[in-house]
Design a protein around this ligand. Structure first.
Ligand code: ARG
Length: 500
């Protein structure tokens, strides 16, 4: 007989667990951070079983109050990210909090067991009624959904701050220009605002992708039981409403065993990470002496312990590096779920840490990215010089000829010849003499120089989505309007949600 009063499942076992295996299989060393979610889900379940007559109204009150006390230690953790500024309180580390909690309950197998043990200290045997009609399989599925939902909400808030920062930087860039690149070779001049608005577009899609994912995952697994549904006739709508889910999940096997919501979350973060990483890479390049477009703000740069002259772009490099972790989390989760037979399998426990890591990584990134973006200052003269040298107006020159009736292929060749000639002479296209120009085509008229001047080279892109000044002004206005209107559900954390 190994009946261990502390364990949740020792009744059918004759032998005690191998000590090493017992420690190795525990998830409490990392799932302690689901305490706010576990408490909220337990309160919702208590309400459900009270409605089914399992708890008396008085027992329900005592259970809810006991759970509140157990959950109180969670408050400091969940408030570490400020909702308004997005700043993280780094004074107390997760590791310190976690280590203290985990050390306080060496026998807890996982967060569900921990809450049961703590609640038993509070309420005695009444605590043991709470597991009536539920299974840890539905609990972990619920806790993870609540965790992911909260992380989506804080990511949305962070993204909104980044979008605001990009828009205000674009506004202050006015009509200043820079070169655009294809193949990392100078291509055509664009407005700096146009380049920044490219990232606004990416971030807006990331925002809507996360909102879509949120809507798809916002269903409550409670009442799904271990695999086949609760063994009592429970009104599942009670818990779903208490936890602000849209409705109960429609299939118990799916609800307890799929983690597509977590995979989708990490994949959304992976794509967002790709966008942030490209931005970071561009800024890293632009801050080099070779480009010289940006003077990195000192308060976001670091020095070298060896080379006294250095100012290093650690922030953008770390952004680039951390985005690799987001891709890693998405891959890990995907491969854990691949090939699992329905329904719950313990492999799924391994899916928690990549989710936590991805959530922490994006929270960290978004705690610095908006303020860093706002602090960026461009070297406008250098950018303008780069945009006005090296024949970036060649395509506008070819387009000029097409307006004179020259077919574009022909115009391309004529301008190509003129560029070759200008390269040999070491001048720009607008420095060629009228005679030289006419030797390439009689269609080059006196209005040519105006047509390839910087302003015209920008403004000829007068299409929706183009870099013409008027188009960018409109695009900026519309981006600002969208930013003002942008809202999303769930601004309160579940730890503060009113269940008691
Ligand atoms: N700690 C477990 C996990 O994260 C909870 C579910 C355990 N269920 C079970 N049948 N052993 O997946």
């Amino acid at each position: 007989m190994s009946n261990d009063p502390i364990k949740m499942w020792s009744g059918r076992f004759r032998e005690p667990l191998d000590r090493t295996f017992e420690q190795w299989q525990r998830s409490f060393p990392f799932d302690w951070r689901l305490l706010p979610q576990e408490v909220a889900a337990s309160k919702a379940h208590a309400q459900t079983i009270a409605a089914a007559g399992i708890l008396t109204p008085d027992e329900l009150d005592r259970t809810l109050a006991g759970l509140t006390r157990v959950g109180e230690r969670a408050i400091n953790w969940s408030n570490r990210i400020s909702a308004t500024s997005g700043q993280i309180d780094y004074e107390t580390s997760d590791e310190q909090i976690g280590a203290a909690i985990v050390a306080s309950a060496p026998q807890a197998e996982d967060i569900h067991h921990f809450v049961e043990l703590e609640l038993t200290k509070e309420l005695g045997t009444l605590a043991l009624k709470l597991h009536t009609g539920r299974s840890r399989n539905e609990q972990i599925a619920t806790d993870m959904r609540l965790f992911v939902r909260e992380s989506i909400d804080s990511t949305l808030r962070g993204l909104e701050r980044w979008i605001d920062a990009l828009i205000s930087l674009a506004e202050s860039a006015g009509t200043a220009v820079m070169p655009s690149y294809t193949h990392l070779q100078r291509a055509e001049p664009v407005l700096i605002a146009h380049w920044l608005l490219a990232y606004v577009s990416m971030a807006e899609r990331d925002h809507s992708r996360l909102l879509d994912a949120r809507a798809r995952m916002n269903f409550c697994p409670l009442g799904s039981g271990a695999v086949a549904g609760a063994t009592l006739t429970l009104d599942r709508n009670i818990a779903a409403a208490a936890l602000k889910f849209e409705a109960p999940t429609p299939n118990s096997m799916d609800a307890t065993s799929d983690r597509d919501f977590a995979i989708e979350f990490t994949q959304c973060l992976c794509i967002l990470g790709l966008h942030i990483s490209r931005f970071a890479e561009e800024l890293t390049l632009y801050s080099t002496a070779e480009f010289g477009f940006i003077d990195l703000p000192e308060r976001f740069s670091t020095g070298s312990s060896a080379m006294p002259q250095k100012k290093n772009p650690d922030l953008t490099e770390l952004l680039r590096g951390k985005c690799g972790r987001l891709a890693g989390a998405a891959t890990t989760l995907t491969i854990i779920v691949k090939g699992l037979p329905l329904a719950y399998n313990k492999d799924l426990q391994e899916g928690q840490e990549p989710v936590f890591d991805a959530a922490d990584t994006i929270a960290g990134i978004l705690s610095v990215l908006p303020s860093f973006t706002k602090a960026l200052r461009f070297r406008l003269d250098t950018m303008k010089l780069a945009a006005t040298s090296g024949y970036l107006n060649a395509m506008a020159a070819a387009t000029y000829l097409t307006h004179k009736g020259v077919p574009f292929r022909k115009a391309h060749e004529i301008v190509g010849n003129a560029v070759r000639f200008a390269l040999e002479k070491g001048v720009e296209l607008d420095e060629l003499s009228q005679d030289d120009l006419e030797s390439f085509s009689p269609e080059f008229g006196p209005d040519f120089r105006h047509a390839i001047a910087l302003q015209a080279t920008i403004d000829c892109h007068n299409v929706i989505g183009g870099t013409a000044t008027a188009q960018v002004q409109q695009a900026l206005l519309r981006a600002g309007e969208r930013a003002k209107k942008r809202t999303h559900p769930g601004r309160t954390s579940v730890a503060e949600a009113p269940h008691a």
